[in-house]
Design a protein around this ligand. Structure first.
Ligand SMILES: [Zn+2]
Length: 191
């Protein structure tokens, strides 16, 4: 599979690598999701075109599936954030939360911090469904919604049959996202 990097705006890049990684060149350098470990070399190569990895200060996970956390350890100096629900699910059931045992094990060395309502101008929206701890991020200034695996283009949504899914909450989460009249959708996958 090819990895592709493209600009979303002047200071936001998207890297396609099975799942999408976003780099935000804000006052602090931010990564949203870190992609699939199977594409580690390509991911690193493309990211290095736009940022030195040790300059990334904040990594935010929309949720903790293996294809979104896989390359967490490329960012040696970053602080890592996920929702409290995602962190609790991971503590209770690492393999069920990550879906791949080996990645769940590697991820144990990370110091995950709970994310609050806002981080660096990004509003945190809780969207339980695909996983209990899924979040979306809203960048009001450019009306961009980073939607993880909650909402994809063409109005489709993430799977609801995984170990930490809460299918009964998905409808309300999607209805909540409708309120954000986004101009640009930045989903976790280009399905
Ligand atoms: Zn997922």
């Amino acid at each position: 599979m090819k990895s592709i990097i493209e600009n979303v705006t002047d200071d936001i890049w998207k890297i396609r690598a099975n799942s999408n990684i976003y780099f935000l060149d804000f006052e602090k350098k931010i990564i949203i999701d870190t992609g699939d470990r199977g594409l580690r070399q390509q991911t690193k190569q493309f990211l290095l075109k736009v940022v030195s990895l040790d300059k990334v200060e904040i990594v935010i996970f929309t949720h903790l599936h293996y294809d979104h956390i896989g390359n967490f350890d490329l960012f040696s100096d970053a602080k890592f954030y996920a929702s409290q629900d995602a962190i609790s699910d991971y503590k209770n059931n690492p393999e069920g939360t990550v879906l791949v045992k080996d990645i769940a094990e590697k991820f144990k060395k990370i110091n995950l911090k709970p994310i609050h309502d806002e981080i660096q101008g990004l509003k945190v929206i809780k969207t339980p469904g695909h996983t209990k701890g899924s979040i979306c991020l809203w960048y009001e200034k450019e009306k961009i919604l980073f939607s993880g695996d909650t909402l994809f283009g063409k109005k489709s949504h993430g799977r609801l049959d995984l170990p930490t899914s809460v299918p009964g909450n998905m409808r309300e989460s999607l209805m909540n996202l409708v309120k954000y009249n986004y101009k640009i959708l930045c989903p976790g996958h280009d399905y």
